[in-house]
Design a protein around this ligand. Structure first.
Ligand code: G6Q
Length: 559
């Protein structure tokens, strides 16, 4: 184990992770099995592929191609028990303020509670509120899809533009792309997030304002990028529709800040609320998913929620040995902290999941990219892996080279479905080709190709080393029947709870995001300097000052 990155600061309230017996046992165990190769592990146990697998909510996860033994799993489960995974899980589901730095609950699981379930937080049963919002969303989505909801000029809405950023964008984009197969094809869905004017321009340049609805998604309704884009959207709409009054039927908001929404001029009756206890990156199944519901119909949105819920139940009730999100989280700990795999490649073999890596990047890295424990001391091990990825098979023709023969170990999650969506049916073998690629990659990464095997192919001696694949590269394979709304919800929940499990082991707050807040403040100050409001006394470092001066000079010369 080489990724102990920083030492614990003195005065911490609880002993550092690395000094805990359960952690030390894993360090010793790692030393014992470091030399083992997956080739050997599979040869020794013909049933390994079945034994190291688990199922939940329609997902089958094969984790046998990780560098683990039964003892590794036993020790990881022991670590989870010692770190209080069960208790922390119960606290989260109960609505305790597990987001300690912001003193808030993290109750995204309530967003998919079934009607009639009870969850009392601070004397209020939140489930009826959740369903009241879902019901309002359903009515609105149905009206929009059927053409009953008309714009100012009486025309039908044909375009829906979601404006939001971070958690108010990545979930809706990912879900829309993932469920596009189920979407109403005569509705155009677009997403604007970046404050770069190009984003808004390209999203709206061919749209008719009389047929366009903007959904403004912002939990706080104070985010600079989103407010800037909403102002642009209003100006764009007014310019086409002729008067400010005319845009009222073209804007709805999703927010927790009713006051700011009203101040902006959006009718509170057209606001869909959610709650403080829903973190941005955990909000795609709240009203933030309004665009998803409009695209795919309320019934499919609710099927997605049922998928989330099925995994919530599994996470709470399955023994840890068969508990998929717990196992995924513990394997991430093993790969990150013991095998030194700093990154996780998410590789969906399903084109509709093309935005899943970006979504999981935020979910994972914003949740667990932290250096301070809940007790306020510095962590003493590496935390969140860096998440990245692309759909297969495209990735194979670019970065897979490094996965197979690079010098850095990359953990991989391969995701696939037994049935493709296009075209339906079994007569087309292109889906077989896709999945053959997926399985072949996991096999090649695990087993590699030895020098003897390369020589046996008749390879000239000078090329033998070039053609050797060491193998022993860890991967999980996540397989489901087909990409349905239910399967998508379940998949996202698997990752949510895996991320939670990792946070529990590292004892960090997976639900705050001070790094994001810091960035928001920084930009405001620099903006004043860029625009010369506080010139000429630039007070940044010499690099930033020089860049600002250069920018100001060239900006003035803009055509
Ligand atoms: C998510 C983060 C962050 C947030 C955006 C947008 O967990 O907090 O990505 O979602 O900064 O914030 P608003 O929804 O408040 O505009």
């Amino acid at each position: 184990m080489s990724r102990v990155v920083v030492s614990a600061r003195s005065g911490s309230s609880s002993p550092p992770l690395a000094s805990r017996p359960a952690w030390k046992a894993l360090v010793a165990h790692h030393r014992d099995i470091e030399g083992l190769h997956l080739r050997q592990l599979f040869a020794d146990d013909p049933r390994r592929g079945e034994r190291f697998s688990a199922e939940a909510a329609g997902w089958y996860v094969d984790y046998s191609k990780n560098r683990i033994t039964d003892e590794t799993i036993r020790l990881l489960l022991e670590l989870a028990e010692r770190r209080g995974l069960r208790e922390r899980m119960a606290a989260m589901f109960r609505g305790d303020p597990v987001n300690t730095s912001e003193k808030r609950a993290a109750l995204h699981t309530a967003l998919r509670a079934r009607r009639g379930e009870r969850l009392v937080v601070e004397d209020t049963d939140v489930v009826p509120e959740v369903h009241a919002v879902l019901d309002r969303m359903t009515v609105f989505a149905d009206q929009l899809r059927s053409g009953e909801w008309r714009g100012h000029t009486g025309q039908r809405i044909r375009n829906v533009v979601n404006i939001g950023i971070g958690g108010s964008d990545l979930g809706p984009v990912m879900a829309f792309e993932a469920l596009r197969h189920y979407s109403q094809r005569d509705l155009t869905l677009r997403f604007v997030s970046n404050v770069d004017t190009t984003d808004f321009f390209e999203a709206t340049r061919d749209l008719d304002a009389a047929q366009t609805l903007f959904i403004v998604c912002s939990k706080t309704f104070t985010t600079l990028e989103t407010l800037t884009n909403v102002h642009a959207a209003r100006a764009w709409s007014v310019a086409q529709l002729g008067e400010a009054r005319a845009v009222a039927r073209h804007f709805v908001a999703v927010s927790t800040n009713a006051e700011a929404v009203a101040q902006f001029g959006i009718d509170p009756a057209l606001m869909f609320g959610f709650w403080d206890w829903v973190g941005g990156r955990y909000s795609m199944d709240s009203a933030i998913g309004l665009s998803t519901m409009i695209a795919v119909r309320a019934e499919n949105f609710r099927a997605m929620l049922a998928g989330f819920h099925a995994v919530d139940e599994h996470f709470q009730t399955a023994p840890l040995r068969q508990n998929l999100p717990a196992l995924m989280g513990l394997l991430a700990i093993w790969n990150t902290d013991f095998l030194d795999a700093a990154t996780l490649a998410v590789l969906p073999y399903e084109q509709y999941l093309k935005r899943l890596p970006a979504y999981l990047q935020q979910l994972t890295m914003e949740s667990n990219g932290k250096h301070v424990t809940l007790g306020g001391s510095h962590v003493d091990c590496a935390t969140s892996p860096i998440v990245w990825g692309e759909p297969g098979t495209n990735g194979r023709h670019s970065f897979y080279q490094l996965l197979h023969q690079g010098t850095q170990l990359v953990a991989c999650d391969f995701i696939g479905f037994c049935q493709g969506l296009n075209p339906p049916g079994r007569d087309d073998d292109r889906h077989d080709l896709l999945i053959a690629n997926l399985f072949a990659q996991t096999e090649a990464l695990a087993f590699g190709k030895t020098a003897a095997e390369v020589r046996a192919d008749g390879t000239p001696e000078a090329l033998v080393l070039h053609r050797v694949f060491e193998g022993n590269r860890p991967s999980n394979t996540l397989l489901a029947e087909r990409l349905t709304p239910h399967a998508l919800g379940a998949l996202v929940a698997l990752y949510e709870h895996s991320v939670f499990t990792q946070g529990v082991i590292w004892n960090i707050d997976s639900f705050d995001q001070w790094g994001v807040e810091f960035g928001k403040v920084l930009a405001q100050r620099t903006l004043l300097h860029l625009q010369g409001v506080e010139a000429p006394a630039l007070t940044h470092d010499s690099s930033t000052n020089t860049l600002i001066r250069r920018y100001r000079r060239l900006r003035k010369e803009a055509p």
